[in-house]
Write a protein that binds this ligand. Structure first.
Ligand code: 0JX
Ligand code: SF4
Length: 315
């Protein structure tokens, strides 16, 4: 006889509107131009998504100079520094920008602040492609990067009265609030967004995990080790008291030993993890347990982004 286990399934979870659009852009590019189409950086941080698109003829590279000039290139959902489209134009390449509109919004925000003569403080994770892309909207030195509240004390700014702040879209809502409070305490005239630049999808998935955490003994987050928003979900689970919170790329990575004796498990997926991997995990649980699946829905998401004009009018 299989042991009983209830799997509490978070909603919302998985693909956000920006990921959905980015994946569609690669698929539509393959339809429009045929294979190969090049993609600069993983279109989204998920191996399954990347492998599926690669099987259809997408070629993933890290830099533009790895692409031939006579094939289209797509920029990933995370955004790119200004130098990237500029270089594609110089090389007369066809390019499609799959940057999420909510990341582009932060790019515009940064430019607007700079036009007003403000130096920008970005809260984000050093080395993450979105951070590189956003900082790369402005000349070097115009955007200072901080990662934690502790970084605020050592910031060297041009003029403490001419500062603005922006954030990466996939940060921890709670950690960011702490960093913002530290910034505001040191620089009272600092200007910034209403709350932060963390997107609706990141916010909703973190809020869902907090509610889920009240019911569960262990949490599984489906997502990649390089996916910022997915890793944040694991931390939210841990901070909400769920000591066994694990990131898994797919069912084969589940540490079944860690679930020994546990009867209530939460399951969610990062914004770049497809639903097929959620189904795979559910089936793996069904194989081992007398399973009950219960949906815990904390918000409804209806947001959708249009694909670029180039796919709407065949030009
Ligand atoms: O590492 P991130 O969470 O920024 O990216 P991922 O996992 O590809 O998620 C979708 C793209 C998010 C952009 O904001
Ligand atoms: Fe856009 Fe948010 Fe999705 Fe990133 S996580 S692609 S900012 S909707």
């Amino acid at each position: 006889m299989k042991p009983a286990l209830t799997l509490y399934l978070a909603a919302p979870r998985g693909f956000c509107a920006g990921v959905d659009r980015a994946v569609k852009i690669v698929e539509m590019s393959l339809e429009k131009w045929g294979a190969p189409v090049y993609v600069r950086h993983e279109i989204v941080h998920n191996k399954f998504v990347v492998d599926t698109l690669a099987a259809k003829g997408a070629v993933f590279v890290e830099e533009l100079d790895e692409c031939p000039v006579d094939r289209p290139v797509i920029f990933s959902a995370h955004g790119v520094p200004k130098t990237v489209p500029a270089e594609a134009e110089r090389r007369n390449m066809i390019y499609v920008d799959a940057t999420c509109p909510l990341v582009s919004k932060v790019h515009l925000e940064a430019e607007r602040h700079a036009e007003e003569g403000l130096q920008i403080i970005m809260i984000g994770h050093r080395g993450h492609p979105e951070v590189i892309g956003t900082m790369g909207q402005l000349p070097e030195g115009e955007v200072l990067l901080i990662e934690t509240a502790a970084d605020v004390a050592t910031l060297e700014v041009r003029d403490p009265d001419k500062l603005a702040w922006i954030t990466q879209t996939t940060l921890s809502v709670d950690d960011t609030a702490e960093v913002v409070a530290a910034l505001q305490a040191r620089f009272p005239s600092l200007v910034g967004p209403g709350k932060d630049d963390i997107c609706y999808a990141t916010t909703n998935r973190q809020a869902a995990v907090k509610i889920l955490a009240e019911k569960i003994e262990a949490l599984l987050v489906i997502g990649a080790p390089n996916s910022s928003n997915s890793k944040r979900l694991v931390e939210v689970g841990r901070n909400a008291g769920c000591a066994v919170s694990h990131l898994v790329e797919r069912a084969s990575e589940i540490k079944w030993d860690a679930l020994e004796g546990i009867t209530r498990v939460g399951l969610t997926a990062g914004a770049s993890a497809p639903e097929v991997l959620v189904d795979e995990v559910i089936e793996a649980f069904r194989d081992r347990y007398d399973l009950t699946v219960e949906l815990v829905e904390t918000a409804k998401e209806r947001i959708e982004f249009k694909t670029p004009r180039i796919f709407r009018h065949d030009t």
